[in-house]
Design a protein around this ligand. Sequence first.
Ligand code: HEM
Length: 169
Amino acid sequence: MIDENMTDIPNNSQPDDSQTASVEFTGTARPDSDQHRVSVFTAVGGQAFFDRLVERFYALVADDEVLLPLYPDQVNLGPAKERLALFLAQYWGGPGTYSEMRGHPRLRGRHVPFAIGQAERDHWIAAMTVALAETVPECPLDAELQAVVSERMTEHFSTAADHMVNQPG
Ligand code: HEM
């Protein structure tokens, strides 16, 4: 069973906090067992899931005439991939490596140097939607839980991307 309290979206007061999210499996096979909670990070297969997701996402960025010009190092997207993959892993309940390397996420502030309007936001979301659709089916969850993970991540990305918009129009 899914924990509907699975938190994910940054709230308004601290929009860049890397909160974590979880899926809760209740003991349907062993009804009298204690409830067992695992993080989304663990449930989807750990860092490998986020690495694959980000690899696919950046393959699309590399081909996107709206997104690619924003990247300071368009020739070597490797470090940008690593930062995003570690951030997402941490956000969804994995190890705190991103914050150890980069400090507090403060993502809106980190995006200020890049002009992000609605078009950039929409391209980012379109690429991530494709990457998710390709990656989630590979994770070791049944179809019902995959749908939940997909929905939660889609919601999160949509809200977070809105938050990065720093240009009118
Ligand atoms: C709305 C559209 C967005 C655009 C156009 C955009 C663009 C960028 C660019 C150009 C960078 C610099 C690349 C680098 O790391 O060198 C960056 C970094 C990053 N972005 Fe975004 N981004 C968007 C949304 C998001 C969202 C929704 C998230 C998270 C859910 C996110 C997470 C990150 C992270 C973690 C970094 C690295 C930050 C750091 O440690 O320096 N971005 N983004």
